[in-house]
Design a protein around this ligand. Structure first.
Ligand code: PRP
Ligand code: URA
Length: 242
């Protein structure tokens, strides 16, 4: 299929000159106010190179995708509000800092999204986590909703929606519809994903311009089976069963 050309860029530490830095394919740019792409650092590109490699076995796939997911969760948390907070240090001096503000919860789109729960728990002690089971039809790529179990008071929380793969956007849009039907306002939903496509982002950001999206990387497109290309294959299979 007609894959668009992905941008390449020299990637490396600041002390290296442009000619010393190696060149790599970086994220395809997207132009929506509510979409943030992680900085294209040497670490991120090297980690993605491991999990994209078809020869990478499950143990390494899990280890290295967990590292990328941790980066995503840390960045995602920066999109939540904070308030001024002054503390006193052990030497009796004040420090004018910040405190987290507002209740949060995670919601994973099963099965692949469950791979992102651990990183969220590592960052947010005893965070509540809801589940939505959505499966894409293998022939048509249409999402189907099977099940959901969400915190009772979800309408009062910020929701971190978790799914590593953002292909056509069908699954994520269905999940946001579920969250909205429980009273969660668009402004309080943050969708975290590892790999996105321009089609998915455009579909999603057009339907939900107020929902924030944080992606580690946007690939140039989708293939005829609506897999992300070059992509990394089937995330759920590689993380859980392959
Ligand atoms: C995959 C993936 C997303 C969805 C993305 O899930 O984890 O949920 O497809 O595609 P979309 O943006 O086109 O909807 P799948 O239904 O294969 O289930 P799995 O998580 O059990 O692997
Ligand atoms: N789901 C995946 O796991 N991979 C894709 O490329 C698309 C949907």
């Amino acid at each position: 299929s007609d894959i668009r050309t992905a941008p390449t860029q020299s990637v490396g530490p600041e002390y290296q000159s442009e000619s010393q830095k190696p060149t790599a394919t970086v994220s395809t740019p997207v132009n929506f106010d509510n979409v943030t792409i992680l900085p294209q650092t040497p670490q991120l590109i090297a980690l993605l190179s491991i999990i994209r490699n078809r020869d990478t076995q499950r143990g390494d796939f899990v280890f290295y995708s967990n590292r990328i997911i941790r980066l995503l969760v840390e960045e995602g948390l920066n999109h939540l509000p904070t308030v001024e907070h002054t503390v006193t240090t052990p030497v009796g001096r004040p420090y004018d800092g910040l405190a987290f503000h507002g209740k949060i919860c995670g919601v994973s789109i099963m099965r692949a999204g469950e791979a992102m729960e651990q990183a969220l728990r590592e960052c947010c002690r005893s965070v509540r986590i809801g589940k939505i089971l959505i499966q894409r039809d293998e022939e048509t790529a249409q999402p189907k909703l099977f099940y959901d179990k969400l915190p009772e008071d979800i309408a009062d929380r910020w929701v971190l929606l978790l799914d590593p793969m953002f292909a056509t956007g069908g699954s994520a849009m269905m999940a946001v519809d579920v969250l909205k039907s429980r009273g969660v306002p668009d402004e309080r939903i943050l969708f975290l994903n590892v790999l996105a496509s321009p089609e998915g982002i455009t579909n999603f950001a057009t339907k939900f311009p107020k929902v924030r999206v944080v992606s580690a990387f946007v690939d140039p497109g989708l293939d005829e089976k609506n897999y992300i290309i070059p992509g990394l294959g089937d995330f759920g299979d590689r993380y859980y069963t392959r």
